[in-house]
Design a protein around this ligand. Structure first.
Ligand code: SAH
Length: 368
C-alpha cells in the first residue's frame, strides 16, 4: 500500500518521537539532562505519570508552561482506552475491554472478594505458549505490550475499580492474556514502576506474576529490589501429560523446571504458588495428587487448585467437586496449603483462560 505524503510524515513521527512513559526512571532522568533540564524535573514528571496517573502534559501544573510545551512537542504519552466493561451477575467481578493505539485489544478483569480488589492484568496481545485448555492461546501471539501499555492498562482498571467499588485495586496478578515472562524486559520495566514507592507504590507482597514456567526468566525477577510473588502454572505431574497440554514443557521438562525453582533466592516467608487446573481424566487422579506432593518436596509452596472453565469447543471437562475435595485432602493431609479456586467472572467470559473469547467479533465492532 502506498502512503500519501502526509501519512508518511505522520508515521515517521511515531517512530522518532520519544514515548516518555516507556522510559524507566533512570532513562527519564537521562532524557531530562539531555534536554538541559534539571533532574528534579524528571522526578516531578515521574510522579505525575505514575503516582497521579496523568495522561497529558497540561495537567502537570508545577512545571513551567514552556517545559510542558517542550515535552508536548518532543515526546508523547501512551494511550490505552477503555472501550467496554461487563459486570458479572454472579460475583460482581468486572471484565474490561481496552483498546491500544494500533487498534489491537486486550482484556483485563477486576476480581472482588471480601478483602481484596485484584486487577488481573494482561502482558501480551494474545499468547504463543499454546496451552491446550486456554482460550487466549487460540489467537496466537499478536504482539508484546510495551511497559507503558501495561501501566496504562493498570491505571484504566484502577479507575473502573474506583468508580464501581469506591476503592482502588489492592492487588495485581499477571494472569490475564499472555505469558508475562515471554515479555520479560517490558514486564520488568513496568514492575519497577509498579513497585516503586514514588511510582504506583504497590507492595511486592500484593503483586503476583504467573508463568507457565520459563524458569531462567523467573530468576531475573529476583534482580528487582523487591521481587513480586511468583505463581507457576504446573497443571501436570508427569512430562507426558504436561507435554500434551502445555507445549512449553517440551523445551523445559518438569525435573529441570523444579530444579530451577529450588534454586531461586526466595526471601524468608515468601512461598511459590503452584497453580493446578484440574482436568477430568487428564491430571486429576489420586496418583497425580501423590506425585505432586513428592515433586514439591522442600519447595516453600502453596497450591491453588483451579476449577477448569469450560470454553466453547473445549476438549476438556471439569471434575466433580467431590473429586476436587478428595484431591485437596491428599495435599492438605501431607501438610500443604491447598486452596480451591473457583474462577470469578465465568458468566462474562472473564474467568481464567477465557479472555479474548470473542476477539474477532469485538475487533470488528470497535475498530474505526
Ligand atoms: N501465561 C501465564 C498467565 C496467564 S494464564 C501462566 O501460564 O500462568 C493464568 C492461569 O489461568 C494459569 O494458571 C492457567 O493454567 C489458568 N487457565 C488457563 N486456561 C484456563 C481455563 N480454561 N480454566 C481454568 N484455568 C485456566
Amino acid at each position: 500500500m502506498k502512503l500519501k505524503k502526509g501519512e508518511e510524515i505522520e508515521q515517521s513521527n511515531i517512530f522518532t518521537e520519544i514515548v516518555l512513559d516507556n522510559l524507566s526512571r533512570e532513562e527519564l532522568i537521562d532524557y531530562f539532562i539531555s534536554i538541559n533540564e534539571k533532574k528534579f524535573r524528571a522526578d516531578q514528571v515521574y510522579k505525575w505519570l505514575y503516582s497521579k496517573s496523568a495522561d497529558n502534559f497540561e495537567s502537570m501544573t508545577d512545571l513551567s508552561k514552556s517545559l510542558r510545551e517542550k515535552l508536548a512537542t518532543g515526546t508523547r504519552l501512551t494511550k490505552v482506552t477503555l472501550v467496554e466493561t461487563t459486570k458479572s451477575k454472579i460475583d460482581g467481578s468486572i471484565k474490561l475491554l481496552l483498546k491500544l493505539e494500533d487498534n489491537n485489544f486486550i482484556e483485563s478483569v477486576i476480581l472482588k472478594d471480601s478483602t481484596r480488589l485484584t486487577g488481573c492484568i494482561s502482558s501480551q496481545v494474545g499468547c504463543r505458549m499454546g496451552c491446550k485448555f486456554c482460550n487466549t492461546a487460540k489467537i496466537g501471539l499478536i504482539r508484546n505490550l510495551s511497559s507503558a501499555e501495561i501501566i496504562r492498562q493498570i491505571q484504566r482498571v484502577n479507575e473502573v475499580a474506583l468508580k464501581e467499588y469506591g476503592k482502588e485495586l489492592s492487588n495485581l496478578v499477571f494472569m490475564g492474556m499472555g505469558e508475562p515472562l515471554d515479555n520479560l524486559n517490558n514486564l520488568i520495566k513496568a514492575l519497577e514502576i509498579i513497585l516503586d514507592e514514588n511510582g504506583m507504590n504497590f507492595s511486592h507482597r500484593k503483586v503476583t506474576v504467573s508463568t507457565c514456567g520459563i524458569s531462567n526468566n523467573i530468576s531475573k525477577l529476583f534482580k528487582l529490589k523487591n521481587a513480586p510473588n511468583i505463581a507457576i502454572s504446573l497443571n501436570a505431574t508427569n512430562d507426558e501429560t504436561r507435554n500434551n497440554i502445555m507445549p512449553v514443557n517440551k523445551k523445559l521438562p518438569l525435573n529441570r523446571l523444579l530444579e530451577d525453582i529450588r534454586k531461586l533466592p526466595l526471601p524468608k516467608r515468601k512461598r511459590i504458588t503452584f497453580e493446578y487446573v484440574l482436568l477430568k481424566n487428564i491430571n486429576d487422579s489420586l496418583e497425580d495428587a501423590k506425585r505432586l506432593i513428592k515433586m514439591l518436596h522442600k519447595i516453600p509452596s502453596k497450591i491453588n487448585l483451579i476449577i477448569y472453565n469450560q470454553t466453547e469447543d473445549s476438549k476438556f471437562e471439569q471434575i466433580d467437586y467431590d473429586n476436587v475435595l478428595k484431591f485437596q485432602k491428599i495435599l492438605t493431609d501431607a501438610g500443604f496449603s491447598a486452596l480451591i479456586r473457583k474462577s470469578l467472572g465465568a458468566d462474562i467470559d472473564g474467568a481464567c483462560g477465557q479472555l479474548y473469547a470473542n476477539y474477532l467479533k469485538k475487533r470488528g465492532k470497535y475498530v474505526d
